[in-house]
Design a protein around this ligand. Structure first.
Ligand code: HEM
Length: 454
């Protein structure tokens, strides 16, 4: 299999670390659909062909596990929660968590997500900022969407239980996302006990996460007891915390799932929304069409069912997730011999799949860099589109995330217009920075103006 040599890798080391997406893009342009990397030990392959991607993630998923550096780094913060865990305990945990993401439950959390959006919008664009926003002011919308993303996932997981401890869990988890990135990039594998700066920070983050979760669990148990015995709380319904408490999981396992959901569920949505707003600022006609669609549907937007009620807004979200898929790399390791496109693949092989690259294949997506929501208007599933992964490990939060994105766009764009500052000629997009999700480096400053004002 073709690919860069060890010398190429050594020469490009710093630039690969600084911008892995550009590096992956260059090697796939140069070497084609399957690229081999010269790493010690088992082979490492970058797979860009949708058939190979489907094979690894779906058809032959049982032969490939999450035993990779990417998920080992994540697990040091989340423990073996749903996202990082390898089978066999994954299936059981997925089954337990699933009802928190069922259609009915999502309908019920719509109000929570709306409250998260409204509170952040009014804090950042209303009140003392209202006069400036009426004239149009440059706002870092990435900061706004980060606040919404974190608050929304917290409210959804804990219902109305957003106590001080729940807030602490949210902020501590958000802070430790940066540690996951550092751990994933460290060159030398170091034992956890070595007193490196990252290890010390990790230890203190874990202590904070443990303390916050223990307090949240104790609080909910006390409330359950007051409400008349074990089982789900009556007024909180089956939110994730209620389900997990009912499930017979240990407190440690519950902690791992809560931290996992917060890590997986806030930065991804926040980054995706920031890029979506940028695309809508760059494409005023597409933005006007969103507003027209919203005007035709007065009243609160629900969290589910947008493909029918707001097809254009939903297509905007789908297309934004094609161009800026937050989960830029997905990794797997073969735990037994397999075959890819007729070629033998030995056990131990590492597969790297980048939705960012697959979504830019010109044979599937003509003019791949162009923002064209109409590609998604017919609503059919497509090959070569995997912002939420594929197969059995498909994102459990997919419907929640899509609903949240549409709902937040509705809350924001009903009363505001977003433009690129300095007009199209003076505008440069922020660079894409790979963290847990692909973020706009340095934030996303856009011109926000209340609609109806000159
Ligand atoms: C899994 C993307 C939002 C929780 C995944 C995977 C992807 C992904 C690509 C599969 C990873 C793999 O196969 O290795 C995204 C994107 C989101 C998003 C792009 C937002 C735009 C959320 C939300 C939650 C969540 C809101 C929860 C509140 C999870 C969990 C898994 C997962 C728990 C692991 C599922 C399993 O292995 O059973 N996500 N996600 N995600 N996601 Fe999301």
């Amino acid at each position: 299999v073709p690919g860069p040599t060890s010398l190429d890798m050594a020469r490009g080391f710093l630039s690969i670390r600084a911008d892995p997406l550009a590096f992956l893009g260059e090697v796939s342009q140069r070497y084609g659909d399957t690229v081999s990397f010269p790493v010690p030990g088992a082979p490492a392959l970058l797979l860009n062909d949708p058939a190979d991607v489907r094979h690894v993630l779906q058809t032959s998923a049982r032969s490939w596990s999450k035993d990779t550096i990417q998920y080992a780094a994540l697990a040091r913060v989340t423990g073996p929660g749903l996202l990082a865990s390898a089978e066999p305990n994954w299936i059981e945990h997925r089954r337990l968590a699933a009802p928190a993401f069922h259609h009915q439950r999502l309908e019920a959390v719509g109000d929570e997500v709306r409250a998260a959006a409204r509170s952040a919008i009014s804090a950042r664009l209303g009140g003392c900022h209202a006069a400036a926003i009426a004239d149009g002011a440059v706002v870092d919308v990435a900061e706004l969407t980060h606040t919404i993303g974190l608050d929304a996932v917290g409210r959804a997981l804990f219902s109305t239980d957003l106590s001080e401890h729940a807030q602490d869990l949210l902020t501590a988890t958000s802070d430790s996302a940066d540690l996951v990135v550092r751990l994933g990039r460290s060159i030398l594998p170091r034992a956890e006990w070595t007193p490196t700066r990252t290890n010390l920070r990790l230890r203190s983050a874990r202590r904070r996460l443990d303390a916050a979760t223990a307090a949240i669990i104790a609080e909910r148990r006390a409330r359950n007891a007051r409400a008349g015995g074990p089982g789900r709380t009556t007024h909180h319904g089956d939110d994730l915390l209620g389900l997990l408490l009912d499930s017979g999981m240990t407190d440690g396992e519950i902690r791992d799932e809560l931290v996992t959901m917060v890590i997986a569920g806030h930065e991804t949505v926040a980054a995706a929304l920031a890029w979506t707003l940028m695309l809508l600022a760059e494409n005023p006609q597409a933005q006007d069409r969103v507003r027209a669609e919203l005007e035709a549907h007065p009243g609160p937007v629900p969290l589910v069912g947008h493909r029918e009620s707001l097809p254009w807004t939903r297509a905007v979200v789908d297309e934004a997730l094609r161009l800026f898929p937050p989960a830029w790399a997905i990794s797997r390791r073969a735990h037994r011999d397999d075959e890819l496109a007729g070629r033998h693949v030995p056990a131990g092989t590492l597969a790297i799949i980048s939705p960012w690259l697959v979504h830019r294949r010109p044979d599937i997506w003509p003019e791949p860099e162009a923002f064209r929501p109409e590609r998604f208007l017919d609503g059919t599933a497509r090959t070569g589109y995997l912002p939420f992964g594929q197969g059995p490990r498909l994102c459990i939060g997919r419907e929640f995330a899509l609903g949240e994105m549409v709902l937040v766009l509705a809350e924001l764009l009903r009363e505001h217009r977003i433009d690129v500052p300095g007009g199209p000629d003076g505008w440069t997009r922020p660079a894409a920075e790979t963290k847990v999700a692909v973020h706009p480096r340095g934030g996303m400053p856009l011109l926000v103006r209340r609609t109806g004002t000159p």
